[in-house]
Write a protein that binds this ligand. Structure first.
Ligand code: FAD
Length: 624
């Protein structure tokens, strides 16, 4: 009999959004990788709403894509409604959002996984870790199989000690229909990590055939549809359909208030803290008591199902209250609930016990990514998964880790926020969390990251060639615009003057003209004498953004250079904060608690003043 392979370079536990990106990243980097997951059918499963992207989250998806990950590609393949949010605002806050067909999305992820070289998938629960001398060397499955590896990435999502609540009833589960991860949760609690409970929830799902859409407002997607992946093709996108909007009303709110005595959240049954920015409907009614209406998006779950997702009424109220609240909403009077809403409580680990590589501080070679680190959302999970998978591969190769800074990527902001400040509630990404928003745009994620990804083996030849051609096209076009002049006697000057309130009065290059706020690149390229310009719309947009915002971008870069000098100054493990003269006891206690790895991290801990940072720098020189 052929023996079952037992040794790998990297093992990834969990096939959700973090796990799939982690496994793909390690395998792309040439590591012999095992993805161990409860159920192969749920690879890439969206536990909650079938949508990818949105403000801040879309930026993470583009970054995953720039580093060769799967999420944007799967969103293009599965997207049934595409929108660019904030399209009338500046490029820094524009964000792509896709309503996805659950089945198509999952199929796209699974196809990529199954066709990835160096990657094996195995369906089994991981029940234990093998740890020798504070280093992880493998895992043990539910059947008692042992798999060994140089590094292990845990991406167990909401499954660790998962407890599902509907009203005052509760039962163990990883999410509705899936088993929890109890043995592994118990094992992890024996290790020296700080652990706590969080909670999240989901709304009841509804049969579209029982909805009166005439009482709702239709919300079609954008036309033409935006693409998520830099390498995406419109021909990949399936049929597009609309979402709808309705609202809660005073009757809905009365129903909810009437059921609060049987709410697990308000009766103290749930201890974990829920997501502030994705609150349950009962939470919204209580927190915003003065509002008598909240918006609900009726989002299709797919092209081959009647199931819809009412975004905005996540709830763990008892089922009879769920029915009454749904039926009180315009258009949902006769709605049939296919699946009840519920909340889930689960273990998460304090991300301050992680290094910026996402390796744990206490067990070498063990990496954590996704919801296990206190985040919420597919995008946050996928981005961490990719980074943890890459770093698990680099660890196995005995190479330096990949660390992304706050000015490199939203992923850098996410990891720095988590590992420096920790989180007491499910953490989600927003553009407001980044200080260098003008640099960290969706549109330039590939320019920021693809080369870095290529250097460590994350980016394959096809993506690299595509990217290199794009950059060459942009640079050539910028040069052409710089060298093409318009003067008052130019044959096309009238056409230029027709699109601007400030006519051309002296010689100006096309680059000068694009710098003006009222002139766009496509407008200029429509003028026969200057066009047609670059055919690739995305590259054309890039030319315009780089020219229009070059002054602001340059200023932001200079600001970064200034802070960077101290940002990366390392604080060695053995650095003794109590020996820094002049620091208050409170500051010393905070530094000891957070254990910052760099001066930059220390500076972002609340209560650590610039004066304290100066004292640290002086002391570093002395202690060093
Ligand atoms: P998951 O997607 O949960 O994947 C975990 C994977 O690990 C699964 O495949 C599981 O089978 C596997 N696994 C677990 N333990 C083991 C083990 N011991 N052995 C082998 N395999 C294992 N996000 C939002 O942004 N907004 C929301 O409103 C929201 N609501 C949610 C509501 C609910 C009820 C749930 C369950 C999730 C919700 N989420 C929400 C969160 C979103 O689903 C997660 O953030 C995202 O899926 C996390 O990805 P992950 O890869 O970390 O974990």
């Amino acid at each position: 009999m052929q023996s079952f392979e037992q040794s790998f370079d990297v093992i990834v536990v969990g096939g959700g959004h973090a796990g799939t990106e982690a496994a793909l990243a390690a395998a792309r980097m040439g590591m012999n990788t095992l993805l161990l997951t409860h159920n192969v059918e749920t690879l890439g499963q969206m536990s909650c709403n079938p949508a990818i992207g949105g403000i801040g989250k879309g930026h993470l998806v583009k970054e995953i894509d720039a580093l060769g990950g799967v999420m944007a590609h799967a969103a293009d393949k599965g997207g049934i409604q595409f929108r660019t949010l904030n399209s009338s605002k500046g490029p820094a806050v524009r964000a792509t959002r896709v309503q996805a067909d659950r089945v198509l999305y999952k199929a796209a992820v699974r196809y990529v996984l199954e066709n990835q070289d160096n990657l094996k998938i195995f369906q089994q629960a991981c029940d234990d870790l093998i740890v020798e001398n504070d280093k992880v060397t493998g895992v043990v499955t539910q059947m008692g199989l042992k798999f060994y590896a140089k590094s292990v990435v845990l991406t167990t999502g909401t499954f660790l000690g998962g407890l599902i609540h509907i009203g005052l009833e509760n039962y163990s589960g990883g999410r509705a229909g899936d088993p929890p991860s109890i043995a592994l949760a118990k094992r992890l609690r024996e290790l020296p990590f700080r652990v706590d409970r969080l909670k999240t929830g989901t709304p009841p799902r509804i049969d579209a055939r029982t909805i009166d859409f005439s009482k709702m407002q239709e919300q079609p997607g954008d036309n033409p549809t935006p693409l998520f992946s830099f390498m995406g093709k419109h021909s990949d996108q399936p049929k597009q359909i609309s979402c709808y909007i309705t609202h809660t009303n005073t009757k809905t709110h009365d129903v909810i208030r009437g059921g609060l005595d049987r709410s697990p959240m308000y009766s103290g049954v749930i201890e974990g803290i829920g997501p502030r920015y994705c609150p349950s409907i009962e939470d919204k009614i209580m927190r915003f008591a003065d509002k008598d209406s909240h918006q609900i998006f009726i989002e299709p779950e797919g092209l081959t199902t009647h199931e819809v997702y009412p975004n905005g009424i996540s709830t763990s109220l008892p089922f009879d209250v769920q029915m009454n609240l749904v039926h009180s909403i315009a258009g949902l009077e006769n709605a049939h609930i296919i699946r009840p809403g519920y909340a889930i409580e689960y273990d998460y680990f304090d991300p301050r016990d992680l290094k910026q590589s996402l390796e744990t501080k206490f067990i070498k070679g063990l990496f954590f990514a996704g919801q296990i680190n206190g985040t919420t959302g597919y995008e946050e999970a996928g981005a961490q998964g990719l980074l943890a998978g890459a770093n698990a591969a680099l660890f196995a190769q005995e190479k330096e880790p990949l660390i992304l800074r706050r000015d490199h990527a939203y992923l850098g902001v996410l990891v720095d926020d988590l590992t420096t400040l920790g989180t007491k509630e499910p953490y989600r990404m927003f553009t407001s969390r980044a200080e260098y928003r003008l640099l960290l745009r969706e549109d330039n994620a590939d320019i920021r990251l693809t080369e870095l990804g290529r250097q460590i083996g994350l980016v394959d030849d096809a993506r690299w060639e595509f990217f290199s051609n794009k950059i060459e096209t942009i640079e050539k076009e910028k040069q052409r615009l710089k060298e093409t002049w318009v003067h008052t006697k130019h044959v096309a000057v009238d056409k230029v003057n027709a699109i601007t309130k400030m006519p051309v009065t002296r010689e100006a290059s096309l680059e000068d003209l694009i710098r003006r706020p009222e002139i766009t690149y496509p407008q200029l390229m429509e003028i026969e004498e200057f066009g047609p310009g670059i055919e690739d719309k995305i590259a054309g947009e890039q030319v315009e953004i780089q020219i229009k915002y070059s002054g602001y971008i340059q200023r932001q870069k200079e600001e970064i250079e200034k802070t960077i000098r101290n940002e990366n100054t390392a604080l060695p493990d053995e650095f003794d904060f109590s020996k820094v003269s002049g620091l208050s006891n409170e500051v010393i206690a905070k530094l000891k608690e957070f254990k910052p790895e760099t001066i930059g991290q220390a500076s972002r801990i609340s209560g650590i003043t610039p004066a304290a940072i100066s004292l640290l720098l002086v002391s570093l020189k002395k202690q060093g």
